[in-house]
Design a protein around this ligand. Structure first.
Ligand code: ZN
Length: 441
């Protein structure tokens, strides 16, 4: 592409930004990318220049262009970023995290020790760690406390706190005694730690969904089956009844929110899919009927293989801090997820990258890539799951998921070739989010 075309495009962008932000000077970066995977699934190109203007991608041009090639005004800041020796790709997306907590022996106590303010500040530490690991967007699917996760999300958006773009569900929608409720405390403690997401019956579940929307939830998370880490021997089968599931979906969709369901047992996976859920988290015991329903509904699977591996490891430790009920479920569920992911991928189910980080350690999110490859994905497919596919899953593919003009400048880089060795993504050297550099090793 000629310099003229590029100039024309920039001029057009510039005239828009002048209209919108009259007097302010533009902030322009030119990234020289040695190898560029602009749209995972597409080609890798060599020696490219990415022009970033006020936090957005303005253009991609072949060759290494310099400041004179961009149409900068006298007051504009133009900086050159040298990634000639790097492999450059879009910022990574984790579709399943719990950003305000991390599993550990003191977790149960921290629920009654930490205030909401404590929780938000702890979340800020994890958010920074996540961004430094190359994850520029995460979806939180269940946070403790009342408004900590929303305060964290908004603080990051304002630039007060360093972290990834954060989309949050607030409290998880769960039946009384279900996986989304806390267990293993003295009875009167429940008055202190109660959740607005706990509901029973159609009317009450509509209330619970509306309550999360009022609290500014970006999406709705429900638990349709039992789960591993709840301290109750209630199995991993279906917990909400079909009419409750339908009420949750209809209410959320009517208010413009997508719904994702935590589900292990096939009965709960299939019931949630029949009720119209948009995605399934874990999906451990999914069967052929599940895969058929996934494809019929165009729903996504977020397998969280890393969570399965992590809980199985902790459960097999003789000194495990897991309560007996948790240990039994972890040993049953943990090892199944990778095998199920292999079957789901082979069946053609759409898989969005998600880790359940908070079960595993914050900042280790990229360990999931190798697990997805072990489950039969190519490195390219695994990277696509964490970029293009995850962005579509979040309904944010207009702003994230690839490096393309008009999208946010969320860009990461590594030394080696992640298509040859996907574990390269566990060592991210460069992180830009919204045009701001947060890491440059
Ligand atoms: Zn989770």
């Amino acid at each position: 592409m000629g310099r003229l075309m590029l100039k024309g495009l920039l001029k057009f962008t510039a005239s828009i930004s002048i209209m919108m932000t009259a007097a302010s000077a533009a902030d322009i970066s030119i990234i020289h990318a040695g190898r560029l995977l602009a749209t995972p699934g597409g080609a890798v190109t060599a020696e490219q220049s990415i022009v970033v203007r006020d936090g957005e991608i303005a253009a991609i041009a072949p060759g290494y262009i310099d400041a004179s090639a961009v149409d900068a005004g006298a007051d504009d800041q133009v900086s050159l970023i040298d990634l000639k020796d790097s492999f450059v790709l879009p910022g990574l997306i984790d579709s399943h995290v719990h950003i305000t907590s991390e599993l550990g022996p003191r977790g149960k106590l921290s629920v009654v020790e930490n205030s909401d303010a404590d929780t938000a500040i702890i979340g800020a530490r994890y958010a920074k760690r996540t961004l430094m690991a190359g994850f520029t967007t995460v979806r939180d699917v269940g946070a403790r406390g009342d408004d900590a996760v929303f305060a964290l999300r908004d603080g990051i958006e304002r630039g007060d706190v360093v972290g990834p773009r954060l989309f949050a569900s607030g409290h998880t929608i769960s039946p009384t005694g279900g996986h989304g409720q806390r267990h293993g405390y003295r009875n009167d403690i429940f008055d202190v730690i109660k959740s607005s997401g706990v509901c029973n019956g159609v009317g009450d579940c509509r209330r619970a969904v509306r309550e999360q929307v009022r609290r500014t939830a970006d999406h709705i998370k429900l638990v349709s089956t039992g789960g591993v880490l709840s301290e109750t021997a209630a199995g991993t089968g279906q917990q909400f009844f079909d009419d409750e599931l339908e009420a949750i979906m209809d209410t959320a969709h009517a208010m413009g929110r997508k719904v994702t369901a935590h589900a292990h047992g096939a009965d709960g996976i299939n019931a949630a899919l029949r009720a119209g859920v948009d995605s399934i988290e874990h999906g451990t015991f999914a069967d052929n009927e599940s895969f058929r329903l996934f494809k019929r509904n165009d729903a996504y699977l977020v397998p969280t293989v890393l969570a399965g591996v992590t809980v199985a490891e902790i459960a097999s430790d003789p000194d495990s801090f897991f309560a007996p009920a948790v240990r039994d479920k972890a040993k049953l569920v943990g090892p199944q997820i990778l095998e199920m992911t292999r079957r789901a991928h082979a069946a053609g189910v759409k898989i969005a990258f998600g880790t359940d980080t908070g079960v595993s350690k914050h900042g280790d999110n990229a360990r999931e890539f190798l697990l997805l490859v072990e489950a039969g994905m190519t490195p390219m497919q695994a990277i696509r799951a964490a970029t293009v596919v995850a962005a579509e899953h979040l309904d944010k593919d207009d702003i994230i998921g690839s490096i393309a003009p008009g999208k946010a400048a969320d860009i990461v880089a590594v030394d080696g070739d992640p298509l040859a060795d996907v574990t390269e993504l566990q060592d991210i050297d460069f992180v830009m989010k919204g045009g701001v550099i947060y890491k440059d090793d």
